[in-house]
Design a protein around this ligand. Structure first.
Ligand code: SAH
Length: 530
């Protein structure tokens, strides 16, 4: 966020202030001091500078026939609405006429994007809306000129601005407290529902709720950092598959309304817009969305891509239904992170009859691994550590599934698909499942681990189908593979079938992580992925 605020003040009155990074600093400070008491305000519709906010509003009324008070009243704007309107007018260089003729129910400045000041320290943003609407704003009348009067009016304005600032701060604090309480209540309610089957005695629900809140905050704050997006964008297999699907199937996107669940930097939203969508709505709860707002604007796609900050489960979309939902929700072993839950929520609430979710199909596969060297390094190692037995440590090592890139020559069976997911039809409850599997062994050796990975398909109602795999046989992706080490290797013969059963369920205490249980060859082991 700190990085962000430094970059967005392009153009506007800020350009009139000398750049203090220049070498001529002393002269500039003198300029600043000499001009310290004069509040200079640029008109919303032309380059005229006035000495105060009210004078600017008066000028707008007389010269441009725009009565800002009327506009505020007509659209029933609150403080935030007023701020967004001012920033919108300045950013979009909206004309006075188009502002005055806007129909009552259509406000083009709803996006939170317009909370960002278009001008640094814009005095028009410090005007007291209540007073303005009571007539004390514009009716204060224009200055008749003269340095004394200008400075008196600027003193008075300064005092009012300070008072308004204090009021705003108090209101903001009260609002933050109320939001906090509301959020805690919601989490408590979630905790009650999710833990209903856990029974009593699992500890305080308040503590569960707080834990979950922290976890979710940590989840979204991790997506606020650029590095995770850099990693995803640089994963060409992933990003180019989404791009190719959209660019190669423009007929699917032409004139459609598209929802991008978890838009991150906005890359998929922009692909969709370029593929011909008439409107794309990108939603993301993490702070990366502020970068997406700049990115979309830098690519002149702001007319077609609308970005909304918030959880998809909580935001209000500007449309009732969408034709297409796109999302890159996949986690390790496909279901880690449980973000698919949010996509299904969006699908059930917003997808129009006959619409599609993309990617539309996924599979999860398993294969047997024979890598004795690795097994020794991770497991047998504990049998003799500098002459001491530490075998009990294996019980800590084995149950943690390992995310790593597997060497393809360590595969010792054909892969077996253990689950298929149709994203347009699957229900939330089906994301926890059990499945029998059979691995056809290709090498006579010891099976030391089972590897899991997923494949993604874009193939519903489109001419040019696209898919990608995260398996060990093909180009690696940032998802790598998920490896489940066996404590005791299983000797296998080429041609035999290794039968087992896998159970995948969410960790009730942390629904973003998974428990995966294997029943294999008289062994039962539960792995966690966190
Ligand atoms: N679409 C982007 C980012 C994918 S990463 C890309 O392909 O590069 C997933 C994004 O979804 C993250 O930025 C995360 O903050 C967001 N996200 C996850 N769950 C969400 C939810 N319930 N509501 C809104 N955003 C969500």
């Amino acid at each position: 966020m700190a990085e962000y605020t430094g970059t967005h003040h392009d153009g506007g009155a800020g350009d009139d202030v000398p750049d203090l990074s220049d070498s001529d600093n002393e002269e500039q400070w003198q300029w600043m001091e000499a001009n310290d008491n004069i509040v200079q305000v640029t008109c919303l519709f032309c380059d005229k500078m006035s000495n105060s906010g009210p004078e600017t509003l008066q000028h707008c009324l007389v010269e441009h026939q725009v009565d800002l008070v009327e506009v505020v009243k007509k659209h029933k704007l609150d403080d935030y609405g007023y701020i967004k309107m001012i920033n919108y007018i300045r950013t979009e260089k909206c004309s006075g006429q188009s502002l005055s003729t806007l129909p009552e129910c259509s406000i083009p400045w709803e996006s939170d994007e317009y909370m960002r000041p278009a001008l640094q320290d814009d005095p028009l943003l410090q005007i007291d809306l209540e007073e303005l609407c009571e007539g004390k704003g514009i009716l204060a009348g224009p200055s008749t000129g003269g340095q004394c009067e200008a400075s008196r009016s600027s003193d008075a304005l300064l005092q009012r601005a300070q008072a308004a600032e204090e009021r705003a701060q108090r209101t903001e604090e009260a609002l933050a407290r109320a939001m906090d309480d509301l959020h805690k209540l919601k989490l408590l309610a979630q905790g009650l529902v999710l833990n209903a089957d856990v029974g009593r005695g699992t500890g305080s629900l308040g503590a569960v709720a707080e834990l979950r809140e922290d976890e979710d905050e940590a989840y979204f704050s991790s997506y606020g950092h650029y590095s995770i997006h850099e990693e995803m964008l640089k994963d060409k297999v992933r990003t180019e598959s989404y791009r190719d699907f959209m660019y190669l199937n423009p007929e699917v996107f032409k004139d459609k309304v598209v929802l991008d669940v978890g838009c991150g930097t906005g890359i998929l939203s922009m692909f969709a817009a370029r593929a011909g969508a008439k409107m794309v709505i990108g939603v993301d709860q993490s702070e990366i969305i502020y970068q997406a707002m700049d990115i979309v604007r830098s690519n002149q796609l702001q007319d077609r891509v609308t970005l909304i900050k918030g959880r998809i489960e909580e935001v209000k979309l500007p449309v009732e239904k969408v034709d297409i939902i796109i999302s890159e929700w996949m986690g390790y072993f496909l279901l880690f992170e449980s973000m698919l839950d949010s996509v299904l929520y969006a699908r059930d609430l917003y997808l129009a009859e006959g619409g599609s979710v993309y990617p539309d199909r996924c599979t999860i596969s398993l294969a047997a691994v024979g890598d004795t060297e690795k097994h020794q390094d991770r497991i047998a190692f504990w049998d003799d550590v500098y002459g001491f037995k530490m075998a009990c440590m294996k019980r800590a090592v084995v149950p943690e599934a390992v995310v790593q890139v597997l060497k393809p020559d360590t595969l010792i069976s054909q892969p077996a698909v253990i689950q298929g997911i149709d994203c347009n039809a699957v229900s939330l409850s089906e994301l926890e499942f059990a499945s029998d599997f059979c691995l056809k062994i290709t090498d006579s050796t010891d099976c030391t681990a089972i590897v899991g990975y997923f494949d993604i398909f874009f193939d519903r109602d489109c001419g040019n189908k696209v898919m990608f795999s995260t398996g060990p046989q093909v180009t690696k992706t940032h998802w790598k593979q998920t490896v489940f080490l066996l404590e005791n290797p299983i000797p296998v013969q080429a041609g035999e079938e290794l039968h087992g059963r896998i159970t995948v369920r969410k960790n009730k205490k942390d629904p973003r992580s998974l428990f995966i249980t294997f029943d294999l060859h008289d062994m039962k082991q539960t792995y966690s992925l966190q």
